[in-house]
Write a protein that binds this ligand. Structure first.
Ligand code: PLP
Length: 362
């Protein structure tokens, strides 16, 4: 394809072009070894050095305190729905969850298989347009953890605050907004994220876990699903997702070159604000989410005349604006604008939307 394309896919998502170009070179010959990184033992010195550097870069970017382990695992965020529960429910066997949408629902369902789950806050009643605020939460002080989804990738609903659960550790699914803006890692017990949105290719899952939370796993937890075993083996208990780890490392370096998370957050905010402004200014497009919880990463919107959906998508694609179709469960459109989406991609989308509206809506 000769035309410049902008890929708005929610995941696996677009990667920085600069990173992809560098990786192409390295696929022929990585570190003068005559083979690609995919063909090298994870126990070799060059691989171990690369893996450690990637971890350090992530630590630098997120300012991860020393009492947290960073794990590079397989299984996706879906495996974490079970792994968090199996590893943390060994004290009271009780957990609080906040219900914010499709991904939270999946986490709740899985957590309920292993313990006594309570819903501490729920946005079902407001149609998933606003997250429950602190005063609306009903918290169990004996819970082994409070779980929530920091950004609902499908609904486009993002937390605008970190709940205070006292001594109860916060466990968060940060799959779709990790690395998008600065966060205080020390406020969390466990942060997990599938890589395929803001980190790298699918197949890698990042877990950031506080040291003291690794001893309360349920007795039946399989060896390969115990955080402690992975931590004790520097994520090399078994063969890790070697290519994903390497590519994530390249993305971390790219992020550092952009000025780190603080700098990328400014761009993310600007990209999101201009897209929401374009939606709000028009009578043709709309987004139902409360202003304070609008996601910076996933912007769903609907057309006033849904019979124009197919034409919208077809014409967008012809302009190089790919994968704008909303999730099959909700319909409409969704523009995922992760770190690697250039601002020019958002500008081109906004221009296309205005043009489409003008041609099709009086
Ligand atoms: N959680 C969130 C917020 C997601 O967006 C996704 C995937 O899109 C998942 C969990 C599931 O991730 P995985 O496919 O890596 O299991």
């Amino acid at each position: 394809m000769n035309q410049q394309v902008f890929n708005f896919c929610a995941g696996p998502a677009t990667l920085p072009q600069e990173v992809l170009k560098a990786v192409q070179q390295e696929l022929r010959d990585w570190q003068n070894l005559g083979v690609s990184v995919m063909e090298v033992s994870h126990r070799s010195k060059p691989y171990e050095a690369m893996a450690a550097e990637a971890e350090q870069d992530l630590r630098d970017l997120m300012h991860i305190p020393d009492n947290y382990k960073v794990l590079f695992l397989q299984g996706g965020a879906t495996a974490q729905f079970a792994m968090t529960a199996m590893n943390l429910l060994g004290k009271s066997g009780q957990a609080d969850y906040i219900q914010t949408g499709i991904w939270a629902t999946k986490a709740i369902k899985e957590g309920s298989r292993y313990g006594e789950v309570s819903i501490a806050g729920d946005c079902t009643e407001n149609g998933f347009s606003r997250v429950p605020q602190q005063s609306e939460l009903t918290l169990n002080p004996n819970a082994d953890y409070l779980h929530y989804t920091t950004n609902e990738t499908i609904g486009g609903l993002e937390f605008n605050y970190i709940p205070d659960a006292g001594d109860v550790p916060l466990v968060v699914d940060m799959s779709s907004n990790i690395l998008s803006r600065p966060i205080d890692v020390s406020r969390f017990g466990v942060i997990y994220a599938g890589a395929q949105k803001n980190i790298g290719p699918a197949g890698l899952t990042i877990v950031i876990i506080r040291d003291d939370l690794m001893e309360q796993f349920l007795p039946f937890t399989p060896t390969v699903w115990q955080y402690k075993n992975h931590a004790d083996n520097d994520s090399m208990l078994n063969t890790p997702p070697t290519f994903g780890w390497y590519l994530a490392g390249q993305v971390f370096k790219w992020l550092k070159r952009q000025g780190g998370i603080e700098a990328i957050a400014e761009i993310n905010q600007r990209k999101a604000q201009k897209l929401y402004a374009a939606i709000d200014q028009s009578e043709f497009y709309s987004n139902p989410i409360d202003l304070m919880n609008r996601s910076w990463m996933n912007v769903p919107f609907v057309l006033a005349d849904e019979s124009l959906n197919a034409a919208f998508l077809e014409q967008a694609e012809a302009r190089g604006l790919l994968n704008l179709k909303g999730h099959r469960s909700v319909g409409g459109m969704r523009a995922s604008i992760y770190n690697a989406m250039p601002e020019a991609g958002v500008d081109t989308l906004i221009a296309f939307m205005a043009e489409f509206e003008q041609k099709n809506w009086q």
